[in-house]
Design a protein around this ligand. Structure first.
Ligand code: OOG
Ligand code: NI
Length: 482
C-alpha cells in the first residue's frame, strides 16, 4: 500500500498562517475589514501598473502576514522556538526594546530564511520575551513568576507531535517525515490555539492592576493563559491609500505612518495600525474588567538596506528628530502634516531615490540576473575596484537586471512606536529603577540561549542572497564571480 507523503515545512507554514488568519478574523472582526481594504487597494495598484513589482512578489502578496506574540519565560520561548522550526521559521534579528524604548522586553522574529521559503510563504512572527529581572519590586516579580509558573501554554498532544516531528528526517522535498499527513494537520490544529485570545484571566483584578502598574506590557504577558497574538499584519502596495481608507471607514487609525517616507524606491518598512481595542475580561472567575492589547496593523515593504544604507537611514531619522526639536524650541507647533513634510525633505535631500544611485553607493541589496549575455561577458572582463560602481555600470548598460531584495525584518524604532501607540500611557515605571543593571551582551546571550542556538543576522542573510544571484549570473556567463 502507498502512504501519501507528509507535508513539507513550507506547506505547514502556509497552513499555520492561514489558520491563524481565520482565527484572528473571528476574534477581531476589524482585522477582516482591514484585509478587504488591502485586497482592493493591492488589486487596483497591480492592474494599473503590473510591472510595479516582480511576479514573485505578486504571488506571495496575498498570503503575506506577520504576527506578534509576547511570551513570559525562557522555557516558553524554547518550546515555541522548537515548534516554529518545524514550520521552517528560524530566529532572525535581535531587538532590544529596553534599550530603544524602555519596554521591559527583548525580541527576535521567527521567519523562513531561504529564498524559496520566503517566496512560497514569508510568514513571520515577532516574538518578545519578558525581562523578568527588570521588575524591580520583589513582590510583583514573585507574583509574575507564580502566575507564569502555573500556566502551560502548549498541550500534551502538541508536545507529543512535536517530538515525533523533531525525531524525523526531512524528506527530499522538505517533508516532515516523522508525522503522517493527518498528524501534520493535527499538529497545526494543536499549535494555532496556543495563540488564541482568552477572555478570562486567572489573575485577580488586584493582581492585574499591580502588574499593569509596573508596566502595562507585564500585565498583558502575565495575566493570561497563553501568548495571544496581538496583531496580524498583511502587506500592502500603497500604505498611504490604505491609511486614508481606514480613516474614511471610521477606524481609529494611528495618525502617522512609521518608518521612511513615501519614495519612488521603497526601502525597509512602513507601518501603521488601528489602535488596540478595549476588551472585556473576567478576572479570577468573577470580576469583569477591561484589557487593551489587540490591534490591526498594515505594512508596506521595500528594499533591504546594506549596513551602509541602514546607517544612513538611522542618521537621517536622528536628523528628522533634531529638526522637529529645533522647531519646537523656537516655539513652533509641529503637527502631523509638518512632521510628514520634515521626514520627506530630510530623505529627499539625504537618501538617493534612483536605482542607479542606490546601486552605485552600495546602499541596498539586489538580486542580479543576466539580461544581455554578450554585453555582460564583455564587460565582466574589466571589473573595477569599486564593485558597486561596476555592477551599476553593467545594469546601466543593459547587461544585467537588478531586482531589489525585499526587507523581511522589522525596525526597532517602528516596533517601539507600534507598542507605545497601543499601550495605556505608561508612567515612569518601577521597571525604570532597575535600568542600570542591564548588560546588553548578556541579555542577547540569554535570548539566544532561550531560542536554542544562535539568532541569525539579517544583513548576512541578505548579502548571501545577493551573492547567490551573482553566482548564478557567473554560471550563465561561464565566468568566475570572485
Ligand atoms: C510587537 C510590535 C512589533 C512590528 O510590526 O514592528 C511589531 C508587539 O506589539 O508585540 O510587530
Ligand atoms: Ni507588527
Amino acid at each position: 500500500c502507498t502512504t501519501s507523503p507528509s507535508l513539507t515545512s513550507t506547506q505547514l507554514r502556509t497552513l499555520l498562517a492561514s489558520s491563524m488568519s481565520s482565527m484572528y478574523r473571528t476574534e477581531v472582526p476589524l482585522y477582516g475589514d482591514l484585509l478587504s481594504i488591502i485586497s482592493t487597494v493591492n488589486s487596483s495598484i497591480i492592474s494599473r501598473d503590473p510591472t510595479l513589482i516582480s511576479d514573485d512578489e505578486i504571488s506571495r502578496l496575498s498570503v503575506e502576514r506577520h504576527g506578534a506574540i509576547r511570551v513570559g519565560t525562557a522555557s516558553e520561548l524554547t518550546l515555541l522556538s522548537r515548534i516554529f522550526r518545524i514550520f521552517g521559521m528560524h530566529p532572525v534579528g535581535y531587538y532590544d526594546l529596553w534599550k530603544d524604548a524602555r519596554l521591559p522586553i527583548h525580541a527576535t522574529a521567527f521567519r523562513p530564511v531561504t529564498a524559496q521559503g520566503l517566496l512560497k510563504n514569508p510568514f513571520r512572527v515577532f516574538c518578545s520575551l519578558l525581562r523578568m529581572h527588570l521588575i524591580a519590586n520583589p513582590s510583583t516579580r514573585r507574583l509574575a513568576e507564580e502566575l507564569l509558573g502555573k500556566r502551560k501554554i502548549v498541550s500534551t498532544r502538541c508536545i507529543e507531535l512535536l517530538h515525533k516531528a523533531e525525531e524525523s528526517t526531512v524528506g527530499s522535498e522538505g517533508e516532515v517525515n516523522g508525522l503522517t499527513r493527518d498528524e501534520a494537520v493535527e499538529f497545526v490544529e494543536c499549535v494555532v490555539p496556543i495563540f488564541a485570545w482568552h477572555p478570562t484571566s486567572p489573575a485577580t483584578v488586584d493582581e492585574y492592576d499591580r502588574l499593569a502598574k509596573t508596566h502595562p506590557l507585564v500585565a498583558d504577558i502575565v495575566s493570561f493563559r497563553g501568548p495571544h497574538i496581538n496583531h496580524l499584519t498583511p502587506r500592502t502596495l500603497d500604505i498611504d491609500a490604505v491609511q486614508r481608507a481606514m480613516v474614511e471607514q471610521g477606524m481609529d487609525a494611528k495618525d502617522v505612518v512609521e518608518g521612511p517616507p513615501k519614495r519612488d524606491w521603497a526601502v525597509l518598512l512602513r507601518q501603521t495600525s488601528f489602535h488596540a481595542l478595549s476588551e472585556a475580561v473576567v478576572f479570577d472567575g468573577e470580576v469583569e474588567g477591561k484589557h487593551k492589547a489587540r490591534f490591526g496593523e498594515i505594512e508596506a515593504r521595500g528594499m533591504a538596506l546594506t549596513r551602509k544604507g541602514a546607517r544612513l537611514y538611522d542618521e537621517l531619522m536622528v536628523k528628522v528628530g533634531e529638526v522637529k526639536r529645533e522647531m519646537e524650541t523656537s516655539g513652533e507647533r509641529v503637527d502631523k502634516e509638518q512632521c510628514g513634510g520634515i521626514l520627506e525633505k530630510v530623505f529627499r535631500d539625504g537618501f538617493p531615490d534612483t536605482r542607479d544611485a542606490l546601486l552605485r553607493q552600495g546602499l541596498g541589496w539586489w538580486a542580479f540576473e543576466v539580461r544581455d549575455a554578450r554585453k555582460a561577458k564583455a564587460m565582466w572582463q574589466d571589473r573595477k575596484e569599486n564593485v558597486c560602481g561596476w555592477l551599476a555600470d553593467l545594469v546601466d548598460a543593459g547587461a544585467l537586471d537588478a531586482e531589489p531584495i525585499t526587507y523581511e525584518d522589522f525596525l526597532p524604532a517602528s516596533a517601539a512606536g507600534i507598542f507605545q501607540s497601543n499601550l495605556p500611557q505608561a508612567t515612569q515605571s518601577q521597571a525604570g529603577e532597575a535600568m542600570a543593571e542591564v548588560d546588553e551582551a548578556e541579555a542577547r546571550k540569554r535570548l539566544e540561549l532561550a531560542v536554542g542556538g544562535i539568532i541569525l543576522d539579517y544583513s548576512t542573510l541578505y548579502s548571501e542572497q545577493q551573492r547567490q544571484s551573482l553566482v548564478e549570473v557567473g554560471e550563465v556567463l561561464r565566468v568566475d564571480v570572485d
